[in-house]
Write a protein that binds this ligand. Structure first.
Ligand SMILES: [Fe+2]
Ligand SMILES: [Fe+2]
Length: 282
C-alpha cells in the first residue's frame, strides 16, 4: 500500500462526526430550515444543552432571568449566537488536543479554528456583507485534515522542513511532495466522508488555493483570508506558521489596508478572549 492509501485509510478510521453536529450542518445548508429546527436537533444532546445554558447564564450575556431550555436560549440570544456556541463547543473535542506534527500545543488548533470562524464574521461585518452560518462553519473546520495528517507530518517533519527551507516550498507543497497529499486535500476527503454540505467541503479543500475552487469562490476566498489573518495575529502558527504563499487573488479582492488589518486583529483578540472564557477552555 502506498503512502497516500495509508493516509486515506487512516482517515477512514476516524470516528464518525457527531450526529448532532452533522444534523446542524445540514440545517444551516437548507434554506427551508428554521431556527426551531436547530432547537429540535440540539435539545436532546445533554452535553451541548448543558453548555448552551451555562454560557447563556454567564455574566457575558447579563440576562436578568436565567435561561432553562435551549428554546429560551434561542429567544434570548438569537440564532447566530446559539449556533456559534454549539459549533465552537462541539468542535473542541476534535481540535483541542496537541498536534505535535504541526508543533501545536493542546488548544492551539482549536484556538486557530475558532479565530478563523470569528474572523469570517468580523471581516464580513466590516465589509457590510452578510455573516452566514455556512462561512462560520467552513472557517471553523477548514484545517480538519490536520487531525489525520498530523502523525504522518510528525514522522516526516525533517524532510518537510528541509524542502520549506532549502527549496523555499510552501509548507503545503512540501506536505504534498513528501506525503503525496496535503492537509487541505485530505480535509476535503474527510469532509466528504462525513457528508458535510458541498460549500463547506469546498471551503476546506481549497482554503490554501481559493482561486482553484470550482464553486463558492467568494466564500472560499474569505476562509483563506481568515486563515492568513489568524496566523498573522499569532493564533495557530505552529510548524507551518506563515510558510504559505498568500493567494494574490485574495489580497487583491479585499483591498485591506494595514490599518484595516490592525483593527481586525485587535477585534479578533478581544472576541477570542471572550469565547475562551465563555467556553471555559483556556
Ligand atoms: Fe490549512
Ligand atoms: Fe488554518
Amino acid at each position: 500500500m502506498n503512502q497516500i492509501d495509508t493516509i486515506i485509510q487512516s482517515a477512514s478510521q476516524l470516528p464518525p462526526f457527531p450526529a448532532v453536529l452533522q444534523r446542524v450542518l445540514q440545517l444551516i445548508d437548507d434554506p427551508k430550515s428554521s431556527a426551531q429546527d436547530l432547537v429540535e436537533v440540539i435539545q436532546y444532546d445533554q452535553s451541548i444543552t448543558a453548555n448552551v445554558l451555562m454560557v447563556c447564564n454567564s455574566a457575558y450575556f447579563g440576562l436578568r432571568r436565567s435561561v432553562f431550555s435551549v428554546r429560551e436560549a434561542l429567544v434570548r440570544i438569537g440564532f447566530n449566537q446559539l449556533l456559534e456556541i454549539v459549533l465552537s463547543y462541539g468542535s473542541a473535542h476534535l481540535f483541542s488536543r496537541a498536534y505535535r506534527g504541526y508543533d501545536l500545543a493542546a488548544g492551539d488548533l482549536w484556538r486557530h479554528s475558532v479565530a478563523c470562524a470569528l474572523l469570517s464574521q468580523i471581516i464580513s461585518g466590516r465589509l457590510h456583507r452578510e455573516k452566514t452560518a455556512i462561512q462560520f462553519t467552513a472557517a471553523l473546520l477548514h484545517d480538519i485534515g490536520k487531525i489525520v495528517l498530523n502523525e504522518f507530518v510528525a514522522d516526516h517533519l525533517q524532510g518537510i522542513r528541509k524542502l520549506v527551507q532549502e527549496k523555499e516550498l510552501s509548507f503545503l507543497a512540501a506536505e504534498k511532495e513528501v506525503l503525496g497529499i496535503d492537509h487541505a486535500e485530505l480535509g476535503g476527503v474527510i469532509s466528504e466522508k462525513w457528508k458535510f454540505p458541498k460549500t463547506i467541503v469546498a471551503g476546506i479543500r481549497y482554503h490554501h488555493s481559493p482561486s482553484l475552487t470550482p464553486e463558492d469562490r467568494e466564500m472560499v476566498c474569505l476562509i483563506s483570508l481568515c486563515d492568513l489573518i489568524a496566523m498573522m495575529t499569532g493564533f495557530g502558527g505552529g510548524a507551518d506558521g506563515l510558510a504559505y504563499n498568500a493567494d494574490k487573488e485574495i489580497m487583491k479582492q479585499y483591498r485591506l489596508s494595514a490599518k484595516d488589518i490592525g483593527g481586525i486583529m485587535a477585534e479578533l483578540e478581544e472576541r477570542l478572549k471572550q469565547v475562551e472564557q465563555l467556553l471555559n477552555l483556556q
